[in-house]
Write a new protein. Structure first.
Lengths: 328, 347
């Protein structure tokens, strides 16, 4: 299954770094922008990449005169496309991950000793210190439905933060189906184990989400999704707002998990349920404030901690008028 | 829940199990299982949230599949023997299908995947009913058809269940999942002795049920579902902390507590039937389960876990939760070893 997935995403080119090939992105339409989460300087790279391939295919034209962009492999080391070796490497990698999982299971939950897990009061889940941290996120925008917003994710200055930037455009796509548009989102990838099994986070010792961000004054929405295997569950989401201040100072946003409200298929429901923290799949940030123009959000790290002063379990009540079924 | 509805559901669930226990026709057994399953579904979704709906759905799907397999086995038996009576199943196909169906109902390995997830998604009281009352009906059928069951299948399932119950519970901080893995391991112990001496299966069940009821009652009393929240009880209810300690060790099978009695007798029966390898292996695997019980007792009772208040002990008000029969249950689940000579009447 994982191999089919990889094959559908583009040619699996056997490279030294075993990353999904960034070179395949320019050849696909921008609809697939969400698969390329690493630093995108693609429009500049495209012409030289194409010319590099053409020249190497031609063979005899001046190697010394060609301008090669920095993220392109040099023609001497031609990437070999080898199907069998790729499959074997993939299988070996999965068994290696399985062995790691078994050893980690022996040590403790997620590979850390149990005492550490029980006693810990704060944990940094995602931080942005290098390109590989960006690969844990997917950026999407309404380009997937035909809109015109653009969003990019790259590392910030000195590799100390991640910068999510782009342009929001609420011009509706003229396809007769969508009358509204204009959103951008950054969603974390669901952690995968051996054989691409979905794993989840267990945050039940914590009760508050902590984000260190620097925004431009726009209101963002933080969405948390739980286990996404079932169809009905994959439409469910818990959200809350994050208001950013513009300005040169870093902002520390603390959102208790009790404040998250429940929505299904994009609509906030009358029946509200508490966010249960033992099987969290992914977290995401969405911008959809109907204001056209450029935006940016710089994120230092995302963590969770246990706030002992916060004793609220759930911030919303269900009303017997709206939902008599819940009170039977 | 509306008291009338609640009573109706409980009565239906109990009559489903009683129907299975008392009937001599395979069709009525199937009817009893279905009644039981359908009646417990509203109990699983007592707290209305998406997680409990997911748990109830998973429970329903596995149990419905198991009921279908049960019916299939009964019909194969009908084809080969010509009657619907519940006697031992002569045809091996029917016997194996029935064993598989009942293993799915009990949550034995390799059909154990639903137990931790369903137990985790439901409130503690529903979890209690799921792990104790729901085991009665399948085990009674297993007892009745035990003479001609396939030994290899049962031994493999028992071994796998004890191993997975021990291994899976190792890293859990969620108490309901720990109880689920404990249930899987105990079912493994019960099945391991089924062919040789089915009375020991029943003995293990009779001791497992009070121990589980005691543990769940203590968890309900402290309303704790994670190890961290349980570890704050030393501050509030120190007596419960001590009793939790003893009950957990009893669940783990540590002598001289009650939980040791079934394990000891099962190992003795297995050795009497020249099955030394199996008895050694399951005794060693029981250490895995004992490890995670001991870890809970360590964080709860043997250490003073850091809490958020500064007092050594909080003011003791009268406890609002009324736990019926908690004291006798505690006694039964911890101090019954001295009556083990009476077990000879079970021979």
């Amino acid at each position: 299954m994982a191999l089919v997935h990889k094959l559908l995403n583009g040619t699996y080119i056997l490279r030294k770094s075993l990353k999904p090939s960034g070179a395949s992105c320019p050849f696909l339409s921008t609809r697939f922008a969400d698969y390329c989460s690493s630093s995108l300087q693609k429009p500049a790279a495209t012409p030289s990449k194409v010319s590099a391939q053409r020249n190497s295919a031609g063979g005899l034209q001046g190697d010394h005169q060609r301008e090669v962009a920095l993220d392109v492999t040099s023609p001497e080391e031609k990437p070999e496309v080898s199907f069998d070796k790729a499959i074997r490497d993939e299988i070996k990698e999965h068994f290696w991950r399985l062995k790691d999982e078994i050893v980690n299971h022996w040590i403790g939950p997620e590979g850390r000793p149990m005492q550490e897990v029980i006693l810990e009061q704060a944990r940094v889940i995602w931080q942005f210190r290098g390109k590989e941290d960006l690969d844990k996120w997917i950026v999407t925008s309404d380009k997937t439905i035909g809109g015109r917003s653009e969003v990019f994710l790259k590392m910030g200055k000195n590799n100390q933060s991640a910068l999510l930037y782009g342009t929001l455009s609420s011009a509706a796509p003229q396809d007769g189906e969508n009358s509204q548009s204009g959103y951008c989102a950054m969603i974390s990838r669901i952690p995968r184990g051996a054989f691409d099994r979905k794993k989840s986070y267990d945050w039940s010792q914590f009760n508050t989400l902590y984000l260190r961000v620097r925004g431009d004054g726009r209101p963002w929405m933080v969405n948390i999704r739980e286990d996404t295997d079932f169809i009905q569950k994959s439409n469910q989401m818990y959200s809350y707002f994050m208001f950013t201040r513009g300005g040169p100072y870093w902002q520390e946003v603390k959102i208790p998990f009790s404040k998250f409200f429940f929505s299904n298929q994009g609509r906030i429901r009358d029946a509200q349920f508490q966010l249960l923290l033992d099987k969290i799949s992914s977290i995401g940030f969405t911008l959809a404030d109907k204001v056209d123009g450029p935006f940016f959000l710089e994120i230092d790290f995302i963590g969770v901690f246990a706030d002992p002063a916060h004793t609220e379990e759930f911030a919303y009540e269900n009303s017997p008028v709206l939902n008599p079924r819940l009170f039977k | 829940m509306n008291p009338a509805t609640f009573s109706l559901i409980i009565v239906t669930m109990m009559s489903g199990t009683l129907l299975v226990l008392m009937s001599s026709h395979w069709f009525l057994v199937w009817v009893g299982f279905e009644m039981n399953m359908l009646a417990i579904i509203p109990l699983l979704t007592k707290q209305h949230n998406p997680r409990s709906t997911e748990a109830a759905t998973k429970y329903f799907l596995t149990q419905a599949t198991a009921s279908m397999l049960l019916m299939m086995a009964a019909i194969i038996n009908l084809m080969y023997t010509g009657h619907w009576s519940i006697l031992k199943m002569i045809n091996p196909m029917a016997s194996i299908t029935m064993t598989t169906a009942l293993a799915m109902k009990l949550g034995l390995s390799p059909f154990h995947f639903w137990v931790p997830e369903v137990t985790q998604g439901i409130p503690l009281s529903s979890g209690l009913i799921l792990l104790t009352w729901q085991k009665l009906a399948p085990l009674s059928i297993l007892y009745m058809i035990s003479p001609l069951m396939n030994l290899n299948l049962l031994m493999i399932m028992a071994l796998l269940s004890i191993a997975i119950g021990g291994w899976g519970g190792l890293n859990q901080t969620q108490l309901r999942k720990i109880m689920a893995y404990s249930s899987i391991a105990h079912m493994g112990w019960m099945i391991s002795i089924l062919i040789y001496n089915p009375t020991m299966t029943l003995l293990n069940l009779y001791i497992y049920i009070p121990m589980t009821i005691t543990t769940f009652s203590l968890l309900m009393m402290t309303s704790s579902t994670t190890t961290t929240s349980l570890s704050h009880t030393w501050n509030k209810l120190p007596l419960i902390t001590t009793i939790m300690f003893i009950t957990m060790l009893s669940l783990g099978g540590l002598p001289p507590l009650t939980g040791f009695l079934p394990k000891w007798l099962i190992i003795q029966e297995l050795a009497k039937n020249d099955n030394i390898a199996m008895s050694t292996i399951i005794a060693l695997l029981a250490l895995l389960s004992l490890y995670f019980y001991t870890r809970i007792t360590y964080t709860t009772s043997l250490t003073m876990f850091p809490t958020s208040n500064n007092t050594k002990i909080t003011w003791q008000f009268k406890h609002p939760k009324r736990m019926t029969c908690l004291s006798p249950m505690i006694i039964i689940s911890t101090l019954m070893i001295p009556i083990s000579p009476l077990m000879s009447i079970l021979e």
